[in-house]
Design a protein around this ligand. Structure first.
Ligand code: FAD
Ligand code: UDP
Length: 374
């Protein structure tokens, strides 16, 4: 065979696997159906600003091995994600912490905040059965009404009482004055953008852009001993068992001739009426400076709209409800029967992985696959 590995998709999973295999001297070919590498972490430089084209991406992890691995390919800055919530013009700090409680109720000490929340959570009896009950039980009704309900319903297109409780447990609740959105030891943005990072990983590896593997599957299968597939698993099987559902996202990008639009990288619009969920101002991921350290005179913003996914749309968030999880399990059974295809990444395994988990899964898959080699 011409190649040892044919890697379908140049996103983070595909790039890590390709890098590991090439490092072991394997012959690797990467196919990518978009016209650019990087999958959803792709950044494009517009007016000197690295624009996160598929949504804001902040690298954060507690896994030292992953952090050390990824730092081989880029220097990371010390960006700390601290989004701001805008509720009808009222500004609150996120995640939910003493600054939020102080603004909401005028409380100053952690005990005062805990007392207000304890009182408000009394309306919830027993174990929270859905996101609404979970949110009220964590932070009380006032915060639920102003900072959670509208945002969540826009993001998921469903009522908070119909959504699983675990979604809101992703967010920290802190009784300290600390606006860091993530509980992570390591956090940052690769200086120069994510695309450069992926380019470095794929350095010296053959990549073909604008090529859809599934359009000429048997021809490509004949090129390599093994396939690493990071596209949607149901599409691989031509949807023969049915279609897996996703939430999709649409971005409206605008370049403005002003230096500062909103004063922060991310502002969440938490009311129900405003149609977008959040606005990203990309320059603040790199502190408003260009690579030489000069202040940038312009800015680029992206309004983010959440939408129901339809076949043909870009898939973003898997809907891991019971119906879709069951369907995925059936596709996985089919996948496990194929000895020469490894399914990986967020679409190949229908899982919401943060970037650090994606890297970790790819490193493990590569290690398992390459362990018998010299
Ligand atoms: P992808 O990036 O989707 O790559 C798959 C690639 O395969 C794509 O380029 C696709 O074009 C290609 N492909 C598919 N089918 C074919 C085919 N038939 N032929 C050829 N090519 C094909 N994680 C964080 O850690 N921090 C964040 O702040 C964060 N923010 C996020 C925000 C949003 C809006 C979303 C949706 C995700 C976010 N994530 C974040 C998660 C992060 O995006 C993923 O962990 C990561 O991008 C997954 O990489 P992947 O390679 O599995 O998938
Ligand atoms: N959320 C919210 N208000 C906010 C931010 C988040 O209610 O201002 C909720 C929302 O339901 C979201 C969940 O918290 O789905 C998890 O937030 P996170 O930022 O982790 O979502 P992501 O976009 O990364 O999936």
């Amino acid at each position: 065979m011409q190649y040892n590995y044919l890697i379908v998709g140049s996103g983070l999973f595909g790039a890590v696997f390709a890098q590991q295999a090439a490092q072991k001297g394997k012959r690797v070919l990467v196919l990518e159906r978009r016209n650019n590498i990087g999958g959803n972490i792709y950044t494009e430089n517009i007016a000197g600003i690295n624009v996160h084209k598929y949504g804001a991406h902040i690298f954060h992890t507690n896994d030292k091995a992953v952090w050390e691995y990824i730092n081989q390919f880029a220097d990371f800055n010390r960006f700390t994600n601290s989004p701001v919530a805008n509720y009808k013009g009222e500004i609150y700090s996120l995640p939910f912490n003493m600054y939020t409680f102080n603004k909401m109720w005028g409380v100053v000490t952690p005990q005062e905040a805990a007392d207000v929340i304890a009182k408000q959570r009394q309306e919830i009896k027993g174990e929270p059965r859905n996101l609404e009950e979970q949110a009220i039980s964590l932070v009380g009704r006032d915060i639920f009404e102003k900072l959670i309900k509208g945002y969540t319903e826009k993001q998921w297109g469903r009522d908070c009482s119909e959504l699983p409780a675990f979604i809101i447990r992703r967010l920290p609740v802190r009784y300290t004055y600390d606006n860091n959105y993530f509980n992570a030891l390591y956090q940052g943005i690769p200086i120069g953008g994510y695309t450069k990072l992926i380019e470095k990983m794929l350095d010296g590896i053959e990549v073909r852009l604008g090529v859809d593997y599934l359009q000429n599957k048997s021809e490509y299968d004949n090129l390599a001993d093994k396939i690493i597939y990071t596209g949607p698993i149901d599409e691989f099987f031509d949807y023969k068992l049915g279609t897996l559902e996703y939430r999709s996202v649409r971005f409206e990008n605008e370049q403005l001739d002003i230096p500062n639009f909103q004063g922060n990288a991310a502002v969440n619009y938490t009311d129900r009426e405003n149609p977008w969920t959040r606005i990203i101002e990309h320059k603040w991921f790199e502190f408003g400076k260009d690579e030489a350290g000069n202040d940038l005179p312009n800015t680029v913003i992206s309004r983010e709209y959440s939408s129901e996914w339809h076949p043909g749309d870009e898939p973003y968030y898997p809907v891991n409800d019971e119906k879709n999880s069951k369907l995925y399990a059936r596709y996985k059974q089919e996948a496990d029967k194929l000895g020469d295809v490894i399914f990986g990444g967020r679409l190949g395994t229908y899982s919401y992985y943060d970037m650090d988990v994606t890297v970790s899964k790819a490193l493990i898959a590569a290690e398992l696959e390459l362990q018998n080699d010299l």
